[in-house]
Design a protein around this ligand. Structure first.
Ligand code: SAH
Length: 205
């Protein structure tokens, strides 16, 4: 449904079939607060504590699709939050690295991902502005909090032909979901897929 409304903006008539299969497979209710269980499958964001939210399912699917991930890929996520987007990526690629700045959320997500049996995920607590130097470069980087400007390290840590998906704009105001592509020669191009609202990317100072 959301794809139909937004298809001219997102340049797609439908989302990738592997992405949609992962969306059907990952139990979203395991990633939401127990008192939100009845809303786990509603197509909107939900609070996950510490003033943060688990993204709307459509946005998770769209960002994953835009990241163009393939089975053998190594992917970096910034903003682990509940771990839901992490799990979707883990279904689709070889290895996911995910960074969360709030330790309480990062630790809880790590436990949840372990309980669900994901062995191809590494999480850490830290500031995503720096990326994950030791594991770089990445086939794709997915940022799930809005930045004022694209952190340069994240572009540096992309492989040639890599893609960075990041909401850019002021906190809780109009933000654009930006797709940054690095070509074979390392040249960068970018386009905006959609207007979005994400919690802010903090840190970076
Ligand atoms: N992908 C998450 C969405 C969580 S909301 C999910 O599916 O649930 C965005 C998350 O980004 C929050 O948990 C927030 O704490 C985290 N965040 C904000 N700034 C960050 C930074 N500089 N580095 C890492 N994580 C950050």
């Amino acid at each position: 449904m959301e794809v139909r409304y937004t298809r001219t903006m997102i340049h797609r008539d439908a989302l990738n079939a592997r992405v949609m299969a992962a969306m059907r497979k990952v139990p979203r209710h395991k990633f939401v607060d127990p008192d939100m269980l009845d809303k786990a499958y509603y197509d909107g964001p939900l609070p996950i504590g510490c003033g943060q939210t688990i993204s709307q399912p459509f946005i998770v699917a769209l960002m994953t699709d835009l990241a163009g991930v393939e089975e053998g890929d190594k992917v970096l996520e910034i903003g682990t939050g509940s771990g839901y987007q992490t799990a979707i990526l883990a279904e689709l690629v070889k290895q996911v690295y995910s960074i969360e700045i709030i330790s309480e959320l990062g630790e809880q997500a790590c436990k949840c991902l372990q309980q669900l049996g994901y062995t191809n995920v590494e999480t850490r607590i830290g500031d995503g502005h720096e990326g994950w130097e030791e594991e770089a470069p990445f086939d794709a980087v997915v940022v799930t909090a809005a930045a004022d400007a694209i952190p340069p390290r994240l572009i540096e840590q992309l492989k040639p032909r890599g893609r960075l998906i990041i909401p850019v704009g002021p906190a809780y105001s109009h933000q654009e979901l930006i797709v940054v592509e690095k070509d074979d020669k390392g040249n960068i191009s970018q386009w905006s897929a959609l207007g979005v609202v994400f919690v802010p990317l903090t840190g970076g100072h």
